[in-house]
Design a protein around this ligand. Sequence first.
Ligand code: PMP
Length: 364
Amino acid sequence: MRYYLDYNASAPMDEQVKNYIKEMIDWHGNPSSIHTKGRKLKNLLEISRQKIAALVNCSSKDIIFTSGATEANNLALNGYKKKIISAIEHESIKKQKHTILINVNKEGYIDLDMLENMLKNDNKKKGMIVSVMFANNETGIIQPVEKIAKIAKKYSVPFHTDAVQAVGRINVNFLQLGVDMMTISSHKIGGPSGAGALITASKKKILKPILVGGDQEDSLRSGTEPILAIAGFGQAAKLSKINKIEKLKNLRIAFEKKLKKANLGIQIIAENSNRLPNTFMMYTPGIKAEDLLIALDLEGFDVSTGAACSSGKAEPSNVLKRMGYSKLIAAGVIRISLGLYNSMREADMLVNALKRILKRFGKI
Ligand code: PMP
């Protein structure tokens, strides 16, 4: 028996999404073809766009399909010469050229004064963009996105947010937030991997494509659309119900309570910060995260260390280091991210597994 506690890395595909895709597995053709088969696929593409637009409250015209969030993030920042980003971004943002970092505090929130001062004191705002992740993939901490949008707007600098972990888990309303661009992803909300999107209202005209060719997606992302992945993405968006995930909050709180009550010295990171309903990070004293991850794997639990989501390597969490935690803690945290298929029973199983592991390591 395996227990999957790694939904932020990738959520299992929803059964209804699987059935939906299965129905069209034999459809073939190219959505750009003029003939009947092509038009049928084009229609499916547009229906998927509408379902996603309904989930995040944007116009379906503003959705540019990409291969995933990494590509959408790259597309959003492509062409900008000065990128003001938070110090805790995903690698697809962090590894960009010409970045300037905004600090985060111990609670995991970005320094809004620092951001404002950066924008106020820079008189060359042309080619500048601000990019801050909506909810952190490791800690689950949610940034004050509306406030950031207001600051960026005050200085007429475009603002992009990577909302991959937020969408489908908390209310994300593109129009109300006042952001200029937003990245979302299929496989984090129960759709297949291979599809993501950049949502962009006002900046569409100044975006620079990375892939040029057949002029699909308003010439902003050329290449034949992966129609099955996009159809699944749309259906996952349609089925996504935030209140289902909100219910998970009680489960997360139960996990956290049980882990703390077990007297194993476990600490929950930024416990009092505004966090996603499904995510927490925990520190187990005296054990390196990679050792704990392997030990838990042997016990049947799929979890991840902070940094493993992208690299596959278990390195000290950069996010925690940036939040001001010691190297020791940053190297000892693991992330638990829950989803609809998890249960209360798994909290007890996890505590019992941790007790066995800590005993084996001679820590209790
Ligand atoms: N942004 C965030 C916040 C993520 O969690 C991830 C996936 N770990 C990505 C971007 C990149 O997504 P993908 O690897 O699916 O392109």
